[in-house]
Write a protein that binds this ligand. Structure first.
Ligand code: DAK
Length: 259
C-alpha cells in the first residue's frame, strides 16, 4: 500500500476498500495532493480483484468543506486551467466498482460534489450539504450545477447554489440526495454494511447494472433502454445468471463465480 499523506486507506472488511480523507485541521479541504491520492487509491481498489465495493469517508466533523480555498486563492485562471481538467476531478464513473460516500458533518462545495459523484450516500444525522461557492464569487466547478440539479430538481438547486442554502441530513433524504440517514456513531459502519451487501452480489451483474443506471444521466430514454437491453442480454450469457436462477428454483443461496 503506498504511503499517503492526505488520506488513509484500509480494508475494514473483506471485499470493501475504504478511503478516509485525512486533513482534519483543514476540514478535509480538497487540495490537489489529496485529490491525486484519492484517485490513486480508488484506481488501486478498482484494479484489485479482492475488492468489490469502495467507501469514501471523512471524519465526524467534516466529510470535506470543499476545494482548498487557500490553495485556489493564489492561482491565476490560466494556471488553474493548465493544472487540472475541469471535468476530471469528480468523474467517478471512470471506476468500474460502486463507490459509497459515508458523510458526516460538512459536505460543502467540492465535498458535496465528491459525495454526489459517488453511487450512493449514507449520511450521519449531523451531515450538512451545500454549495457555498457563490460566496466566493465562483460557481460549483466539480459537477454541482449538474448533479445537484438532477438529484433535487431545479427550484431547490437554484436556491442552494444562488443563496448558499444548506441542506440538513433529513432534508437531503427528503429531496433524494442521500440513501439513508443514521446516527453519527454508526454512519460509517452502515456504509460499510451497504458496501458488503453490494459485494455479496454477482460482480458481473453489479458492473453492468451500475453502467446502465449511469447511462440514464447521459442518454435519451430510447438510447438508455437500448443500452439496458444489451446489458441484460450480455448478463443472460453468464454463468452467474444460470446459477442465480438455478439457486432460486432449488431454494438455496447462489454461489457467484463472477463469470
Ligand atoms: N479550504 C481551505 N481551508 C478550509 C476550508 C476550505 N474549503 N474550509 C475550512 N478550512 C479551514 C479553515 O480555514 C480553518 O483553518 P485555520 O484557520 O484554523 O487554519 C479550519 O479549516 C477550520 O475551519 P473554521 O475555523 O472556518 O471552522 P468553522 O466550524 O468555524 O466553519 C465552515 C466551518 C465549513 C462553515 C467554514 O470553514 C467554511 O465556510 N469553509 C469554506 C466552505 C466553502 O466555501 N467551500 C467551498 C469551497 S470552493 C473544480 C472542482 C471543485 C471545485 C472547483 C472546481 N474543478 C474540477 C474545476 C470546488 C470548489 C469549492 O469547493
Amino acid at each position: 500500500m503506498p504511503n499517503y499523506e492526505n488520506i488513509i486507506v484500509e480494508t475494514p472488511v473483506e471485499k470493501v476498500g475504504l478511503v478516509r480523507l485525512n486533513r482534519p485541521k483543514a476540514l478535509n479541504a480538497l487540495n490537489d495532493a489529496l485529490m491525486s491520492e484519492v484517485h490513486e487509491a480508488l484506481t488501486g481498489f478498482d484494479a484489485d480483484s479482492d475488492i468489490s465495493c469502495m467507501v469514501i469517508t471523512g471524519n465526524e466533523r467534516a466529510f470535506a468543506a470543499g476545494a482548498d480555498i487557500k490553495q485556489m486563492s493564489g492561482q491565476s485562471h490560466i494556471e488553474y486551467m493548465m493544472t487540472r481538467s475541469v471535468s476530471d476531478n469528480f468523474n467517478f464513473t471512470r471506476y468500474k466498482k460502486p463507490i459509497i460516500a459515508a458523510v458526516s458533518g460538512f459536505a460543502l462545495g467540492g465535498g458535496c460534489e465528491m459525495a454526489m459523484a459517488c453511487d450512493m450516500i449514507v449520511a450521519s444525522e449531523s451531515a450538512v450539504f451545500g454549495q457555498p461557492e457563490i460566496n466566493l464569487g465562483i460557481l460549483p466547478g466539480g459537477g454541482g450545477t449538474q448533479r445537484l440539479t438532477r438529484a433535487v430538481g431545479k427550484a431547490l438547486a437554484m436556491e442552494i447554489m444562488l443563496t448558499d442554502r444548506r441542506l440538513s441530513a433529513d432534508e437531503a433524504l427528503k429531496y433524494g440526495l442521500v440513501n439513508r440517514v443514521v446516527a453519527p456513531e454508526i454512519y460509517l459502519d452502515e456504509a460499510i454494511k451497504l458496501a458488503q451487501k453490494v459485494a455479496s452480489m454477482s460482480q458481473v451483474a453489479i458492473r453492468l447494472t451500475k453502467d446502465a443506471i449511469n447511462k440514464a444521466y447521459e442518454a435519451t430514454l430510447a438510447e438508455g433502454l437500448e443500452f439496458e437491453k444489451k446489458n441484460f442480454i450480455l448478463l443472460f450469457g453468464t454463468e452467474d445468471r444460470q446459477e442465480g436462477m438455478t439457486a432460486f428454483v432449488e431454494k438455496r443461496k447462489p454461489h457467484w463465480k463472477n463469470k
